[in-house]
Structures are given as structure tokens and as C-alpha cells.
Design a protein around this ligand. Sequence first.
Ligand code: DI6
Ligand code: FE
Length: 398
Amino acid sequence: MHDLLFTNATLATMAGQKPYGLVENAALAVKDGRIAYAGPMADLPGGDAKETEDLKGALVTPGLIDCHTHLVYAGDRAGEFEARLLGKSYEEIARAGGGILSTVRAVRAASEDELVEASLPRLDALIGEGVTTVEIKSGYGLTPGDEMKMLRAARRLGEERPVRVTTTLLAAHALPPEFKNADDYIDHVCNDIMPAVANEGLADAVDGFCEGIGFSPEQIEKVFETARALKLKVKLHAEQLSDLGGAKLAARYGALSADHLEYLKPEDAGALARAGTVAVLLPGAFYYLRETKVPPVKALREAGVPMALATDCNPGTSPMTSLLLAMNMGCTLFRLTPEEALAGATRNAARALGFAEAGVLAAGMRADLCIWRARQPAELAYAIGANPLVKRVFAGRF
Ligand code: DI6
Ligand code: FE
């Protein structure tokens, strides 16, 4: 006997060869938090269930996965947004102690409870659109204690709400004000912050910001070596504002993902493909920074690099809490197809987190799914500001 059974569904399974892995006149059965069956009604084994719902043709997709966020933070940067529109440059603001360092100050001053409370509305917005797994990075603490406080707050969010949270240590995000030398700070990251975080099991992966205004490939390589020794998976903010070869470095370390990639050289797509590294595209940050250079989507597609889409939810460059909007922007700004956009927020997002049990509708997978007021999957990326979510199932429960 199944726990839950949906009949007359239109399934975008995101598995198999057909576009969207589409199955019409389909059934989906759930047992013990897992998908027991997803396929044609006609082949459904054993039709009885504790709870059955006729979906009358409604669309069902895997639960959405936001695989790149910085959603735990305190304060906001609306004043900075306003100052920029009144003519101040990003650099002037940074020199006056604003920008990313203003968020670092706010996070250091906040308690773990305050971080949880400030972050819940952002998480709730994502959940309200069907997100069932979310990755959350640290990176605004930049001391062992403050980075661990952020990661603990992130883990707690996953206890407060029916959502799976994966955590990423992003200590190599910015140079904290108490350090004058970036090499000294990277030594501190490798010798003190990473071992402390690993020791408490607070991070599922390690990330870095490889950029002129962040850290050099040589510095990031030290972080990756340390991650390897601590048996932590890696990912990297690479080629967002310039091409430092970060994506190739990430591929060399078998990274789960290389993220942003606006400045990736098309010929470097092959390295990502060979390493199985996912390209995580973040159109919200591209939009907010009014960037003009788009990531080399055609080269990524032709090389067979799996592409994911995420919100990059953060207070400075992408204050966005809508993964559906990221999907729309992925299509309008980066020219992804609606199918690539949905794969980017499901199957490939799961891969970017090394999470093999979600992202497609198939027997044995976690029963994380969304039921939409829609009949064709293209509707999800098509609208702006619409939220067609009817119901969300997490781990087999509404
Ligand atoms: N890239 C970004 O765009 C953000 N972090 C990063 O590594 C910026 C974060 C911020 O401005 O607060
Ligand atoms: Fe980011």
C-alpha cells in the first residue's frame, strides 16, 4: 500500500531521452518518503494508497533545488543600492567601508538566533515557490567563530522548515579588515577556519571567490588542497568579472561546480565537461550588476557541460529570492531553453550539490516534488512574477 498516490498527472520527470522526460496520463506513488513509482497510469503496480489525489492533468516536477545562495546574512544593502543610483561608484562605497564589509560587520554583530530570524523570510520565499533543497554559503563572518555561527544558522534553518539545507564554507570570500595581506588570511583559512569547521561537520563543501577583488588562483589552490586533505568537496566562484582561469582550476580539483562563468573562454568548457563539473549560472547577479558579457552557453551546451541555475541570493549583487525568476532570466538573458532552465533548477542543481537522490522523478528517489497550476513545463520559465505552485511535497509529506 502506497502512502500517497497522484493520478492523471503530467510528469516532467527530467529523466530519460524525451524532452523534459515528459509522461502524460501518468501516476506517481510515494512510500516511506521515496518515490515508489513514476510513469504511465496503465503500468502502475498496485493502485491502492492511504491518500489518492486526481491531478486532472496538472504538471508535476521534481522539487526545485537552489544550488547557490548566500541567504544567511544580517542587515541589508538598500542604502548602498540607493547611493549607487545617486551616482556613487561601487569602489567609493567599498572604500568608505560599505559593500561586502558592511554585511561582514552586520553578521559579526548578530547572534545565531538573529541570523536565523533574519534569514527565514528569504527561505520561506524560496519554499513558497517549490524549493525543497537549498545550498547556503557562509562568507560574511571571516573568523572561525563567525563562519561557524553562519553555518550553524544555515543548518538550523533546515530544522525550522521542511527543506533540505546543504552548507558550504566560503571563508575565502573577501579579505577581512583585520588582515592586511591576503596570503596571511588564506593561511588562517587553511590552518584554522577549515579544520575547525570540518571538525564539527558543519560544511558539506568548500567554496572560494576567485577574482581580482577576491583571491588569486594560487590562493584558491591552497584552499582546495586543504579541502582535499579534509575530504571536503569543492566548488568555485569563477570567471564572474574577469577570466583568471578559475574554472580550469576547479575542474582540475574535480569540483562539483564552477559558478557564474560570464568570462569563461569557450575553449575552457571542455575541461569542465571532462571533470563532470556543473556550470552554475547566476543570471540574477548578471542582471543586478548590469553586466553585459553573457556566459558562453553555446560552448557549454556543445561540450556537454551540465548547466544549473540558481538565485545567488545575497545582499549585494543578487537580492533575489525567486528561483522561478532565475529560470526566466536564464532564458531571457542567457538564452537557455525552458527545458534547460528546468533541468538547471532540478537535475543539474542536484548534481552541483553532489546529491544523487533528488532532482528527477524516478522510483527510489526522495519524494520531493511540486504540483503546478500548469500543463506544459515551459510555463514555469515563461512568466515573470507568477507563482503557479499548487502544492509542494517534501520527503513524501505536504
Ligand atoms: N560574488 C558575488 O557576486 C557575491 N559574492 C561573490 O562571491 C557578492 C556578495 C556581496 O556583495 O555581498
Ligand atoms: Fe555567489
